[in-house]
Write a protein of this length. Structure first.
Length: 100
């Protein structure tokens, strides 16, 4: 089954640029990982300092391997030093995917 992650991260303005810089490093590395169907960060067009993360993985195991990768561990270590004001992260297990 496909695993999907959707996250909304709100940062303090002092951490905003550093977070985006760190994200630019992990996106291309993650897109090369086994089982990665989609991985992207988007800037909210209305809310300041809010980023959306969307991920689609072939399996839960692929997502778990991603979370243990060196580049994600480094990103998490950097993010822990930043001022994250709010984080809402949801994981979905999808049994069927089709066009819209």
């Amino acid at each position: 089954m496909t695993t999907v992650v959707s996250a909304r991260i709100q940062l303090h303005s002092d951490s905003w640029q550093a977070y985006l810089t760190a994200a630019r490093v992990i996106v291309p590395l993650t897109r090369e990982e086994k089982g990665c169907i989609h991985y992207g960060f988007s800037i909210d067009l209305i809310e300041d300092c809010v980023v959306w993360i969307s991920e689609e993985w072939e399996s839960e195991d692929d997502l778990m391997a991603h979370l243990q990768s060196p580049h994600v561990s480094a990103f998490i270590a950097l993010a822990e030093e930043m001022q994250i004001l709010d984080a809402d992260i949801k994981k979905y297990t999808v049994s069927e995917v089709g066009g819209f």
